[in-house]
Design a protein around this ligand. Structure first.
Ligand code: WTA
Length: 657
């Protein structure tokens, strides 16, 4: 038996293994069994009172709120909406008296350069840059695009926007110029904050050059702030472009935080859905920040002396809630790393953990699987004794990866928190409480206090039997939830609420709950893929492929992949028949490059198959189920004779190029 197949079978048998919380962990942990029970009971008996009490305890308000939940515009819920506060003041100013000299950010660049910013220094940098934004006319409510490498200035830029009430929208540095343009245009951003370049994978990614490709088509942008990071040559547009260091020169390092309403949008973050166009998920200020703080305490058990490392890029929601906001609001020390995990070798993450004394390590299953592939010697070469807690996010973690993470990285001492949540939920929703919840490899365990998660059937009724699959829904609004889709309230209602007549928030995931009440996320019910933990819509990729001059029709499906979770498989009908395999291979490479150019390298198909048509029903609908089976090399046992074109299946099954 091969190693792989033995692993797979093992996972089937071992799904019910239960790992009791390590005894040592509980000592000194923020959550005691009594507190946990009390929180659950309080949320149950007085839902609004529960959130109101926590919002008063955890946030520093400029004007206290008197209304907790306003459901009058449901499903556009409003929380704490007559209160005012400032998110940046809640993350920085509040710590200065007690923790001014404590490191807020420990940064390591891919080339190995290290920089430490204390809370006092971070506040000064944020204030100075906030003043620079203002000096360039950025006002409360303006949208600002952040397109940056993973350097401290990325967080400084986000916090500076929050300080003056500007709404940021971070675009992942791996997205292409077209994706950037779509986001700038949808948000009607007045400014872009970028860098000359960033170090990634041993190369310099020229971010400013990518911006330059499209800024000519973005008339709303008046100012482009450029951080000098990689020192690469860039072009310059006088009057529009300004160096970060010039913009802050001579400005004061004090900038009084403005009071914004609790519901003031803190940021927009674009994410893929089941239709072609990414949607701008809009988050609030107070409710969102409250959620990040509570989950930092409950799920990460954040303590004063922790060195906390979340490997997510600030381009994703994880980099917002668990890098730029939550940990700072809790006064924690965070590690930020600019580069790729394999540079210069697959030991980089573990070397970073050792060098900076990381105690909490939060990453994605795809990274765990990629590092596991390189064996145990890399992690064993480093001292990982300071680690006390491990976390996982982004996709279901398979039991083999979980076990490796647990044994080799956590040395059977660290609990693993498998956290289920989404860009839309803002913060963790279903996750273990380390030190309290016994874990099962592959399950995100139970909903957090105040989170009414359930699994319902097609009629919206809770599934009756344990392990019955259904729609994962949230039955009550929660403070950190998205508020709407920027500029498209109708799409917000349609996407998240319409399925069950506005009764529940519909996550788009399917799940089952076992006899112990543990949730097992099974996957998406819509056409959203998770490739290396990144969320991509199949329709988005299809519409890009369909726009290629040589493509008549395209269909995209996912297939399981050992490392990336899912891999993209594209079926292409070319406009003109391709003469031979050489012609197919030329067009194949061209299409891969095309997708990388239009969306970003993460969306590049792993496999492309050509055929003279796609399998369709008599009414012309593409049979995606069949395409998925073909992509997975499964035997097709369903009757294909009802297809419009049954012969096409044989053609599509031909080995890919
Ligand atoms: C998936 C990432 C299983 C899920 C924070 C969800 C997970 C989507 C988990 C959201 C997990 C995230 N177990 N599946 N622990 N975490 N997912 O918006 O399908 O990038 O709907 O947010 O990732 O992806 P997003």
């Amino acid at each position: 038996m091969t190693h792989e197949s033995r692993d797979a079978i093992e996972s089937l048998f071992q799904e019910n293994r239960l790992f009791a919380p390590p005894q040592d962990f509980g000592r000194g942990s923020r959550m005691t069994p009594e507190l946990y029970r009390a929180l659950l009971a309080e949320a149950e008996s007085d839902y609004e009172g529960f959130w109101a009490r926590l919002a008063r305890a955890e946030l520093e308000w400029l004007t206290p709120f008197t209304r907790t939940l306003d459901a009058s515009g449901a499903p556009h819920y409003r929380w704490f909406d007559d209160g005012t506060l400032n998110v940046s003041a809640n993350c920085l100013d509040r710590h200065i008296a007690e923790r001014g000299a404590k490191p807020a950010i420990i940064f390591e660049g891919e080339p190995g350069d290290v920089r430490v910013l204390t809370y006092r220094e971070l506040l000064a940098e944020v204030s100075r840059f906030a003043n620079a934004l203002r000096a360039h006319g950025v006002k409360m409510g303006d949208r600002v695009i952040i397109y940056m490498p993973m350097v401290p200035e990325a967080v400084i830029a986000m916090q500076a926007c929050a300080r003056i009430g500007a709404i940021h929208s971070v675009v992942f540095g791996g997205f292409s110029s077209d994706s950037l343009k779509d986001r700038i245009t949808d948000a009607q951003a007045v400014a872009v904050i970028t860098a000359d370049g960033g170090h990634r994978g041993g190369r310099v990614i020229g971010l400013k050059a990518i911006c330059d490709k499209v800024l000519g088509d973005c008339p709303s942008v008046r100012t482009v702030f450029v951080l000098r990071r990689a020192g690469n040559e860039i072009s310059w547009q006088e009057g529009r472009d300004v160096w970060w260091h010039d913009a802050v020169a001579g400005l004061s390092d004090s900038c009084p935080p403005v009071a914004v309403g609790a519901e003031h949008p803190l940021y927009l973050l674009y994410t893929s859905g089941s239709t072609g166009r990414p949607k701008g998920i809009q988050h609030s200020s107070a409710g969102y920040l409250l959620g990040t703080i509570l989950t930092m305490r409950w799920v990460f058990d954040i303590r004063e002396d922790d060195v906390y490392w979340c490997t997510a890029d600030i381009g994703w929601v994880t980099g917002h809630s668990y890098v730029a906001y939550g940990p700072l609001a809790c006064g924690a020390t965070i590690l930020m790393y600019e580069g790729a995990p394999m540079i210069p070798d697959p030991g980089r993450f573990w070397r970073l953990c050792e060098r900076h004394g990381v105690t909490i390590f939060y990453t994605a299953p795809t990274a765990i699987r990629a590092l596991k592939k390189h064996g145990d010697d890399y992690p064993r070469a480093y001292n990982l004794d300071k680690l006390r807690l491990l976390g996982s996010v982004g996709e279901p973690i398979n039991p083999e990866a979980w076990m490796w993470f647990y044994r080799v990285i956590g040395q059977e001492r660290c609990p693993i928190v498998d956290t289920w949540w989404q860009t839309e939920t803002g913060v963790h929703m279903i996750a273990p409480i380390p030190g309290l919840t016994a874990t099962k490899p592959g399950s995100c365990t139970r909903p957090l206090p105040g989170i009414a998660a359930d699994v319902v059937d097609a009629a919206g009724e809770p599934v009756k039997a344990p392990d019955e699959g259904g729609f994962l829904v949230i039955k009550r609004p929660w403070p950190a939830m998205l508020r709407t889709i920027w500029g498209d309230a109708e799409r917000y209602r349609e996407t998240y609420w319409a399925r069950f007549e506005n009764r529940y928030y519909v996550s788009g995931d399917s799940a089952r709950r076992d006899a112990d009440g543990y949730f097992w996320v099974m996957g998406r019910v819509d056409d959203v893929l998770k490739v290396s933990g990144h969320r991509l819509g199949t329709m988005e990729i299809e519409s890009v492929l369909g726009a290629h001059p040589q493509v008549a029709e395209a269909a995209v499906v996912g297939r399981p992949d050992d490392v990336t979770g899912e891999a993209i498989c594209a079926f292409i009908v070319p406009r003109a028949a391709l003469a031979d395999s050489a012609a197919r291979s030329v067009l194949g490479s061209d299409l891969r490059r095309w997708v990388a150019d239009k969306i970003g390298p993460i969306a590049r198909p792993a496999e492309i198959r050509f055929a003279s048509n796609l399998p369709k029903t008599r009414s012309g609908k593409i049979m995606r189920r069949l395409l998925r089976a073909i992509a997975r090399h499964e035997t097709i046992d369903e009757d294909v004779s009802t297809l419009e074109n049954p012969d096409i299946v044989r053609e599509l099954k031909a080995p890919p190029e």
